[in-house]
Design a protein around this ligand. Sequence first.
Ligand code: PLP
Length: 222
Amino acid sequence: MIHKEFYTSIQEELKATGARLVAVSKTKPESDILELYEMGQRVFGENRAQELAAKYETLPKDIRWHMIGHLQRNKVKYIAPFVHLIESIDSIKLLKEVNKEARKSERVISVLLEFKIAEEESKHGLQFEEISSFLGSEEFRGLENVRIDGVMGMATFTDDLDQVRREFKQLNRIFQELKQKHFPEADHFREISMGMSGDYQIALEEGSTMVRIGSSIFGARG
Ligand SMILES: *Cc1c(COP(=O)(O)O)cnc(C)c1O
């Protein structure tokens, strides 16, 4: 079941900031996705490669699918032919694998670099120094089938809203630093994907360009 009132009200909130909505449909049935599609939503996020590929097969082809979860290298091939944005690049090895599979599909795949801004151990992410030096290397310039569109991160799951805000500020600083160092002229390096059902308002205040919202739209996951 879709929470239509929330969906309508968040559209209004987003209009004010220019940020966009990724509707996170993981574990939800295709009928729910179609219901939101009928309301005009075209961008959906999933966190498992095979589930994403199965939904791509049966759902309308103008949906833009975002991969938002930890992606194993041996699963990149399932989504490389069609995925619109891989938000969860959490290692240099994964970035190289995406480049390889994108080349096989004769595509350039847009990606975001995921940083671990939360204190929780469970979260994945790149180390700033390591990725920054890789972005300055010849090897990176040889990766012609990936395009880096920005950064992504998840805040700690906590009631401490000051901590959440600090973590979002940190991701924004990482974005600014990478932009200045490596993409000063690149219009495509412009996305800061942060904010979920519980913290998206803080994320928007801290400069989010893309919020990823699941349970507030689709209801709690089982
Ligand atoms: C599940 C998930 C979301 C959405 O979470 P909700 O709290 O349901 O809005 C956002 N980002 C990532 C990476 C997720 O895995």
